[in-house]
Design a protein around this ligand. Structure first.
Ligand code: 0A1
Ligand code: ZN
Length: 871
């Protein structure tokens, strides 16, 4: 038998050890830079950057000034007005010997934005120039102490060709502008708020703005602008409205007011992440700005509002209070995700929002926490910081803040955040500063809770309820265990806030009202008195703790909860558990009794009191991947068969109900309201079940929805249904879609993605062909993710038994790494899940990871991800 653990490891250790940065090694900066003036002579091929730094020695030390660099060589270095030549370059950094306590240091460099394919620093996108500096991109623009605890006031002068770049934007407020000879012009911006270099931004381009004014709670007018290509202007209304709503929300919910006179957002097509919170000048991936009914789905609309809010909220949680070092990343990201989740919950159904967030956490973060790249929300070490923009930092980080909010309650939580904003405004803070503020503001001791920042891994909780009929007493025994993760073989018990409730099995009455239990021991017993009938346990209501719950509840009890629990999340969860149990059994044995699931779905569809948006979530089967996560060994084909069989059975047995739901969910005209969104969602879910039932007219029905749609949600939903099947309509719809939207990059991404996600047996062949399509390019991160990222999330296709899926992805990532290491490295994790699969697949996955690690010239980003995935 092949032992996957024993496959030879490539010689990684010395290389890996060299570049490791450790949290415990933090030391404050030797030099501060209270002021910086930047002068850009912009040009796509050759941009000159002159930087004037006021530097101040931080303490009595004799260290030279070390300015991080990104491969440039200075054209000149001037200290206090005198050119010097005793500077040197060391590992890209510029070392400047200085004798006094304060100096003025000027450097000049030349950079080539149009050759910047990494999209870090100053780069060209769609003919415009823009920047991305988080985390360490600023050093690729100019020499600077590129670390978040060096805060400076920036004055920025931009000069460029006026015809090519009529708009010149930077952080802060505009100061002055004018024309220059030779068709050039200039603009000067000043940001009075000291900020770290990662928040620097500039944009030069041919753009127009959708403008509005927001009046803050103290009566100041802020000029808002969303800048896009002229043709895209009509697609900016939703983002602009979301910005205004989020500004008002942050005032109302957190007491946070905006602080500059202008707030600009620019949309660019080439962007490594979703968006960036640069002070006063957010830069967005255009997919999180541009929307209209014809081109964006409801999901896109929601995501746009969430990302606009997220970046706006960073103005306080991130910019006014920033991070001392990158180990504290979750200080700004976890808190800001928590804030944007609260915002989105307030815009529509909070219950559905919670379900979506938990689904996302389980899809992205739980596997991370269970795999080779597991790390605490405050990591202890890294090689490449851009690899740490993870679901753990963001989404588990948000869950940790949510638990604090749950434990404190709304008033004390607000007292804690008020104190935090007050104490640390204008500083670079730590996660510890945040927790200490929460304690001081609320009077609640969070000592043991701090383990959430230090320990990786998803705690597993077992809960078992025993009812003693003689004494009318029920005893709940709850135990917790956090599995080992890399570098953390044993774990301490965590503080788990669990919301519980007991229902009567016969009467459906509440036997014990909802209570919040703080579990902080390995095992605890919770006693309920006066329990006169058999109780049914509702636990982790609202997903109050980000843990895995294992209970001994029967299928009947889960069915009861799915019908009667008054907590929508718990109700959804009971249904999911029922479905999971059925699918896991069926995947293991080749068959299972579907009856309980079918009855629960029927009951949900029949319940007129439920919101259609909730019904649509509740009746959806868990994904292939999530079913796999429940199994000791993932068997992709068996899971696929089990899920298809259940889908077909649910489709057939409830055929009348799906037709009725489908017909009832028709909306006359597109409206972006929570109610209309819910109906659209339910409609496409019903269509999916109708198609799964195998009836003859399913493709026709889907095609009619596709053709008749007045919005992208319906059209894409129908297309996805068709693409999964085999019909003439499938080919026709793909062609129509392509021809209609071929010139719209964001919609074309959907065309690539829907095919990469298809559960068909020939998906790999299709995707290989799409990778050679004339519209495919690895240079655009959205396009690369739409095809390669989506394909590697397609459990059945990616895990084809012969390893062809792994080989395809590895080939693509090796090619992408040469252009854009950050984006490539983000797509390594699916290959790193080899431990979860059978030996043959594990060996094939490792083989591809080894091939990646052995690639000459591999980036640090890819090396860290791939080598850790092999370990
Ligand atoms: N701070 C941003 C995320 C972000 C991080 C790195 C980037 O570099 C390419 C870009 C954006 C946020 O949380 O939205
Ligand atoms: Zn963020």
């Amino acid at each position: 038998m092949l032992d996957v653990q024993a496959i030879a490891h490539p010689p990684l250790a010395p290389l890996a050890a060299a570049g490791v940065i450790r949290r415990e090694d933090y030391t404050p900066p030797d030099w501060q830079v209270p002021e910086i003036a930047l002068d850009f002579a912009l040009d796509a091929a050759a941009t000159r950057v002159r930087a004037t730094l006021q530097v101040v020695r931080s303490s009595a030390h004799d260290q030279p000034l070390v300015l991080d660099g990104g491969g440039q060589t200075p054209l000149s270095v001037i200290v206090d007005g005198v050119a010097i030549n005793d500077w040197r370059l060391e590992g890209g950094a510029l070392i400047v010997p200085l004798s006094g306590a304060a100096h003025v240091v000027e450097t000049e460099v030349e950079i080539a934005p149009e050759r910047n394919t990494q999209l870090m620093g100053l780069y060209a996108s769609g003919g415009n120039l823009c920047t991305q500096c988080e985390a360490e991109g600023f050093r690729r623009i100019t020499f600077f102490p590129d670390r978040p605890d060096v805060l400076s006031v920036y004055t920025v002068r931009l000069a460029a060709d006026k015809a090519r770049y009529p708009v010149l934007l930077a952080n802060g407020d505009p100061i002055a502008a004018g024309d220059l000879p030779d068709g050039r012009h200039w603009a000067e911006w000043r940001d009075p708020f000291p900020k770290p270099s990662y928040l620097f931004a500039l944009v030069a381009g041919d753009l127009v703005a959708n403008r509005a004014t927001f009046t803050t709670m103290s009566g100041r007018d802020v000029a808002l602008g969303i800048w896009v290509r002229a043709a895209d202007l009509p697609k900016t209304e939703h983002a602009l409205a979301a910005l205004q709503t989020s500004m008002a929300w942050d005032e109302r919910v957190y007491g946070r007011e905006y602080d500059l006179d202008v707030f600009n957002i620019v949309a660019v097509d080439d962007f490594n992440f979703g968006a960036m919170e640069n002070k006063g000048l957010n830069i967005f991936n255009s997919r999180y700005i541009l929307a209209d009914a014809d081109t964006a789905t409801d999901y896109d609309f929601d995501a746009i509002a969430a990302v606009v809010a997220h970046e706006y909220f960073h103005n306080w949680s991130g910019n006014r209070i920033t991070c001392r070092d990158w180990f504290q990343l979750s200080l700004k990201e976890g808190f800001t995700v928590f804030r944007d989740q609260g915002f989105s919950a307030d815009q529509g159904s909070a219950a559905v929002k919670r379900i979506e967030d938990v689904r996302g956490l389980r899809a992205a973060q739980f596997p991370e926490d269970a795999g080779p790249l597991a790390h605490p929300i405050r990591p202890d070490e890294y090689q490449e910081i851009s690899n740490f923009y993870t679901a753990t930092i963001y989404n588990k980080g948000a869950e940790v803040i949510r638990m604090i909010a749950t434990i404190l309650g709304p008033e004390r939580f607000r007292a804690g955040t008020d104190l935090y904003f007050d104490r640390f405004d204008g500083t670079a803070a730590t996660c510890e500063d945040f927790v200490a503020s929460m304690e001081a503001g609320s009077g609640v001791d969070l000592s043991q809770f701090r383990l959430w920042y230090a320990q990786a891994g998803t705690p597993r909780v077992t809960a078992s309820l025993h009812h003693d009929t003689g004494s009318d007493r029920a005893t709940l025994t709850v135990s917790q265990r956090t599995p080992p993760t890399p570098g953390q073989p044993s774990k301490q018990p965590m503080v788990l806030p669990l919301k519980l409730k007991l229902f009567g099995a016969q009467t459906a009455q509440t036997l014990a009202p909802e209570q919040l239990v703080l579990l902080d021991q390995p095992t605890e017993h919770i006693v309920f008195e006066g329990v006169g009938e058999r109780p049914i346990l509702s636990i982790n209501r609202g997903f109050s703790a980000p843990v895995v719950i294992e209970t001994d509840r029967s299928a009947a009890d889960l069915a009861f909860l799915s019908a009667h629990d008054d907590d929508p999340f718990a109700r959804y969860e009971a249904m999911q558990q029922l479905m999971l149990d059925t699918l896991v059994e069926s995947a293991a044995n080749g068959t299972a009794d579907h009856q309980a699931v079918i009855a629960a779905i029927a009951g949900t569809l029949d319940n007129a009191a439920l919101d259609p948006a909730f019904i649509a979530e509740a009746v959806l089967l868990p994904s292939d991947a999530f079913v796999g996560d429940q199994m000791a060994r993932v068997d992709p084909e068996a899971i696929f068969r089990a899920r298809e069989a259940l889908r077909a059975d649910v489709g057939q047995r409830l055929a009348g109900r799906w037709r009725a739901a489908y017909d009832a969910a028709q909306v006359d005209r597109f409206e972006y309201t929570p109610a209309a969104k819910g109906l659209r969602r339910l409609k496409t879910v019903a269509l999916g079940y109708i198609a799964a039932s195998g009836v003859d007219d399913a493709a026709g029905l889907a095609f009619a929805q596709f053709e008749g749609a007045d919005n992208m949600t319906d059209r894409q939903g129908a297309l996805a249904t068709l693409v999964a099947g085999e019909s003439p309509e499938r080919v026709a719809a793909l062609d129509i879609f392509y021809n209609r939207y071929g010139d719209n990059a964001l919609v074309l991404d959907k065309w690539f993605q829907v095919q990469a996600l298809s559960s068909r047996a020939d998906t790999l062949a299709t995707v290989e062909e799409l990778a050679r399509h004339r519209d495919f390019t690895l240079a655009n991160p959205n396009r690369a993710r739409a095809l390669i990222g989506a394909f590697s999330a397609n459990q059945r296709a990616f895990h084809a038994a012969d390893g062809a899926g792994y080989r395809f992805v590895a080939d693509q990532l090796i090619a992408l790494d040469k252009l854009n290491p950050q984006t490539a490295a983000k797509m390594i994790p699916p290959l790193g899940r080899w431990r979860r699969f059978d030996e043959a697949r594990a060996a094939l996955m490792r083989q591809e990871l080894e091939r990646i690690v052995a690639t000459p010239g591999l980036s640090k980003d890819m090396f860290e991800q791939a080598s850790k995935s092999l370990a």
